[in-house]
Write a protein that binds this ligand. Structure first.
Ligand code: AHR
Length: 512
């Protein structure tokens, strides 16, 4: 009897202290991690555009170029933002682009019905956005109005932005408004959340509407092909993906969207900064569902497109909590803690590992809205923990994904468990390998033993993002409370790499 107890005791201790194991297959890289997985999203919502990006071209206090904040542009350049989705979101299906071009005086005002009924004066429109993307070095992703627009309106937007000078009344208009040459606009969304704020359509109906819009939305006169993205499923709506794959002609689309937010409960989201471990655990459970969503939506796409020519664009993702006390409930302004760093780190690892199908993702949203990378308050600007994860991970952009075999401990809370360690790896164009590791466990460090196959590394360096409380965040008073630090917790010995990751931390290693 005693022996049995001793055996069970030893066994359970071993389980609790078991080392996480990772096999790095350094010679099995095949797929490229599309840089657009590190994309962002900017909607006319709260202070994302107005106050966040754009402070007006007559502003005397905040340094700007044509009204676009230079502090924000400089910070975003360090992230290497590859693609930026605009103007929504729900706003996109109420937006008429002709209202936002021409002299500012000519532009009519409208009410932003989705986001607080505030006045939208259209002072930030197509020219401002596309010029800003050029300044930022990011590709624009225009989200077209299918819900309340017309095929003609969207076809005209394509002409206005991309057709050669002198080829249509739309290109004449562009010239009249100060831009003779087209911009480069490859990415086009045909509606947003067509199942909801984009028109409450059934997928069978949307598939037909999509075909109609896509027919006229081409760049016949331009050698750069458009990349058309259909409004995709919400979360686990696999029927939506199935019908689109069945009904959309292959030559009419390039990707299907997918939206998934990490929300505890839509009617009780909870504070962004004051949360219990139970709430943290639930948020992470929602975030990690992304692994299953991407796997299952991809499996449906595989049935129709085994060669993976059609892509998944996760064009809205991130954490969603209650707004900060005292702020407008429709503006979705929330603080950003180490919990958000965990969402970002784990989710980006999931996207990297699924880079054969996931070719774009857009974090919602870039400034002052939901899981933002930047928060602004008049002339002040702060970088959030999510910003730092994005910056640390930008080494993966356009690198070759190296497959990992991960055996992870569990993060246990009560009777529920989650995988504790989330990882991905890639090899960049200069031959350096990067491994990004996240330990989502709120209480326990994780020691990880990595066996390297197919490469001989001589050195390892690293950076870490961590803090002493998971509720910690950067504030306007203390903007650098959470910033990446040099990490010395990795030891390389032959083909073995041992790493210790503190609780709720993100580590990015460079191996050469
Ligand atoms: O990102 C905020 C909103 O969430 C978007 O406008 C909409 O597409 C989604 O429901």
């Amino acid at each position: 009897m005693k022996k049995t107890i001793l055996f069970i005791g030893l066994f359970s201790t071993k389980l609790l202290c078991a080392q996480n194991q990772i096999v790095l297959n350094a010679d099995k890289g095949k797929d490229i991690i599309d840089k657009n997985i590190y994309g962002h999203f900017a909607e006319h919502l709260g202070h994302c555009i107005y106050g966040g990006f754009y402070v007006g071209d007559t502003n005397k206090v905040i340094p700007h170029k044509d009204g676009v904040r230079l502090d924000v542009i400089n910070a975003l350049k360090k992230l290497k933002v590859p693609v930026l989705r605009w103007p929504g979101g729900c706003f996109a299906d109420t937006y008429h682009w002709r209202d936002g071009v021409g002299t500012k005086k000519e532009r009519p005002s409208m009410l932003n019905i989705w986001w607080g009924n505030v006045k939208e004066d259209n002072s930030f429109g197509t020219n401002e956005f596309l010029n800003m993307c050029e300044l930022l070095g990011a590709e624009p992703y225009l989200s077209g109005n299918v819900g309340s627009g017309t095929p003609q309106e969207l076809a005209d937007w394509v002409k206005y932005t991309t057709h050669p000078n002198g080829s249509s009344p739309m290109t004449d208009l562009r010239q009249q408004y100060g831009r003779p040459n087209p911009w480069k606009v490859k990415f086009w969304g045909l509606g947003n959340e067509a199942w909801g704020c984009g028109g409450n359509m059934k997928v069978e109906y949307y598939a037909n509407v999509y075909r109609q819009y896509a027919t006229f939305m081409t760049n016949w006169n331009n050698s750069d092909r458009l990349y058309r993205i259909a409004s995709g499923a919400s979360d686990a709506d696999y029927h939506w993906t199935e019908v689109l794959m069945k009904e959309l002609p292959a030559n009419m689309f390039d990707a299907l969207g997918l939206h998934h937010y990490s929300v505890i409960n839509w009617s009780k989201k909870g504070s962004a900064t004051k949360f219990s471990e139970e709430e943290y655990f639930t948020t992470m459970k929602r975030a990690l569902l992304m692994e299953e969503l991407v796997t299952k939506h991809s499996a449906i796409m595989d049935k129709y497109d085994p060669q993976k020519k059609k892509h998944l664009a996760v064009d809205e993702w991130g954490g969603w909590y209650d707004v900060e006390p005292g702020t407008n409930g429709a503006f979705l302004f929330q603080q950003n803690t180490m919990r958000d760093a965990m969402i970002a780190g784990a989710t980006l690892n999931i996207f990297n590992n699924h880079c054969d199908r996931v070719k774009m993702a857009n974090l919602a949203q870039i400034i002052n809205v939901l899981q933002a990378v930047i928060l602004t308050k008049e002339e002040k600007m702060i970088l959030t923990p999510t910003y730092h994860v994005m910056e640390m991970y930008n080494v993966h952009q356009d690198a070759t994904m190296l497959p990992l075999e991960v055996t992870s401990n569990k993060y246990i809370l009560g009777k529920d468990t989650l995988t504790a360690v989330w990882a991905s790896a890639s090899k960049d164009k200069n031959g350096a390998t990067h491994i990004s590791l996240v330990n989502i466990d709120a209480g326990k460090p994780q020691s990880v033993s990595i066996n390297v196959n197919g490469a001989n590394y001589r050195s390892v360096t690293g950076r870490i993002l961590t803090s002493d409380k998971i509720q910690n965040y950067n504030s306007f008073e203390n903007p650098n409370k959470i910033i990446p630090a040099v990490y010395n917790g990795a030891q390389l010995s032959g083909s073995k790499l041992n790493v210790n990751i503190p609780p709720f931390s993100v580590v990015v290693l460079e191996l050469k």
